[in-house]
Design a protein around this ligand. Sequence first.
Ligand SMILES: [Zn+2]
Length: 342
Amino acid sequence: MRGVIMDAPGEIRVAQRDDPTIQEPTDAIIKVVATCVCGSDLWPYRGIADVDHAPMGHEYVGTVTEVGDEVTTVKVGDFVVGSFFASDNTCEICRAGYQSRCVHSVGMGGIGTQAEYARIPLADGTLVATPSAPDADLIPSLLAASDVLGTGWFGAVAAEAGPGKTVAVVGDGAVGLLAVMAAKQLGAQRIIAMSRHSDRQALAREFGATDIVEERGDEGVAKIKELTDGLGAHSVIEAVGTHESMMQAIRSTRPGGHVGHVGVSHDVELPGLELFFAEVHLHGGPAPVRRFLPDLIDLIWKREINPGRVFDLTVPLDQAAEAYQAMDQRRAIKVMLTTDER
Ligand SMILES: [Zn+2]
């Protein structure tokens, strides 16, 4: 099969890889229908995280082509959505809703789903089948559920977005934009998107943002305070992962408020005394997308939300190098890769 390999920072190649096979009786094999490039794939692409001839990709939707002997909840032919961590969905951590930290979790990034086929470990606990084969126009939204929607959703839940709350979102990538959508769905009263790009501001407004703040850093914090009677927002979602964005999120939150941080942390160092007096709740990490998948698929299936709007470029898998470049240069918010065309 063909699959994306990152040989070194900035070097993307579509190579021949071995077809995946069932290794454990709990595995399934899927034909990947659509996959995508993640903001977190840009860390190694830019040389900020190590990479050496790595298979790439952890987001996927597809059709089951084979199942192991112990798989019972999905069958050959099912259209399925899964998360970037395979999970058993039965251990104590999973049952508490933290499937991304399942005691048996397997990172899908190591398997590399930017490929024509993928092995899905712990298929029963990982995959959720759609009611039937989806209409083509639903595929981008279902793919978004695999990571960016689920991650934005977790950010909003962790920040306790809800009725009567003012929510601020730091970060205007796909996750930040979909955190706006999640906050809206969760009933937030006011949603402030922090973005200086007009196309992303427009999408944020479409998703439910009521205010836009273009300033960042201390100026951004001052602006949030200005909009909230000097108090700060009740709920702030951090969807970048840098020290600056994390501090911007914490400082934009009122005492007693909640920060939901879902940007993959890079060189974040929290100052203890400031944190002590900030008196905010911090909750976040790799999103337990599996917790939300059934509900998200249902909302997408009923066409109540359209998170697939974040994909503003679609290219065939063979043009993966262009997909990475477009995201790196911020020419695209998020790029979908399709496996059918050559
Ligand atoms: Zn588990």
